[in-house]
Design a protein around this ligand. Structure first.
Ligand SMILES: [Ca+2]
Ligand SMILES: [Ca+2]
Length: 293
């Protein structure tokens, strides 16, 4: 194989390995394209039960300029919650992961954790894994479970008092579906004022149960492995923005929601085929050169 061909094939194979982890975007919204509140509500259906029913398209904070969505501080439950549906992600398998990510503006980390969160949800099926939420909830104090970390929940999953990944155990009474702290590692970020990215990557290493990796500001903060069964793998099909609960008067902002499905890295057959063809051509031409010598 000529050097140029060999180089191209190496590059193509390397690119193939990287490229063939394509993240297919199932959903993305940065809120910057909405002309007004009505346009936002047309896309994100208000599902509050007490007025104001909807979160507010806002410019007072934005992770991606100029707009985000604000959920006001309130002492009333049932207000300011919205839902956006999309085509289902399809279920995970050993070669496929689902990631859910959004930016969260923490307005008051000095306060005890309050009910400001958003969830990825599957409209059908039994409880386990049906809802995956990230943000803050008031079931734990700031000092509980090792400190003032961001939080998450998975329906049907009961956090462990002793985490196999290390880090502080979960404090208090452990119940199914409760919010737990993202506290596994020394690098797990603590709460600070301002924007933070919260992300979960859902996969399965054995095809038998689901594994969840939670990231805060793109740092791995908590792993939860072996949840449920293969029959409970989900095709998620909507996001709910905001908790719909009272939040002790603490506002939060949300921006840049995304849901992606990513396939595992396998070289593309066409690339492999081209390189095999190149290698065979090289062997043939060397044989011919030898016979001519
Ligand atoms: Ca934005
Ligand atoms: Ca933990």
């Amino acid at each position: 194989m000529k050097t140029s061909t060999r180089f191209l094939c190496s590059a193509a194979l390397l690119a193939g390995m990287a490229v063939v982890s394509p993240a297919a975007s199932v959903f993305y919204d940065n809120f910057d394209g909405y002309a007004d509140q009505a346009a936002f509500e047309a896309a994100w259906t208000p599902i509050g039960t007490v007025t104001p029913l909807s979160a507010t398209l806002a410019t007072d904070q934005a992770s991606s300029p100029l707009q985000s969505v604000r959920i006001d501080g309130t002492a009333t439950t049932g207000q300011q919650r919205n839902q956006h549906s999309f085509a289902g992600t399809g279920p995970i398998d050993t070669l496929t992961t689902i990631s859910f990510s959004f930016d969260f503006y923490d307005s008051n980390p000095a306060a005890a954790p309050y009910r400001q969160f958003s969830v990825l949800q599957d409209g059908t099926g039994t409880a386990t894994g049906q809802i995956v939420g990230m943000g803050l909830n008031n079931n734990q104090l700031a000092s509980a479970s090792g400190g003032n970390f961001y939080m998450a929940r998975i329906t049907g999953y009961t956090p462990l008092a002793i985490d196999p990944d290390g880090g502080p155990g979960e404090s208090g009474t452990l119940t199914s579906g409760m919010f737990f702290k993202l506290n596994d590692f020394a690098s797990s970020p603590l709460r600070t004022v301002g924007w933070h990215n919260l992300k979960v990557v859902i996969g399965t290493d054995d095809g038998l149960s689901a594994d969840f990796a939670f990231y805060v500001d793109n740092l791995l903060a908590e792993r939860v492995n072996n949840v449920g069964t293969a029959a409970q793998f989900r095709s998620y099909d909507y996001i709910r923005l905001g908790s719909g609960f009272s939040n002790a008067g603490n506002a939060a902002w949300y921006d840049n929601f995304s849901v992606d499905v990513t396939a595992a890295a396998v070289p593309e057959p066409s690339t492999v085929g081209l390189c095999l063809f190149g290698a065979l051509a090289l062997i043939f031409s060397r044989g011919r050169q030898r016979r001519q010598a």
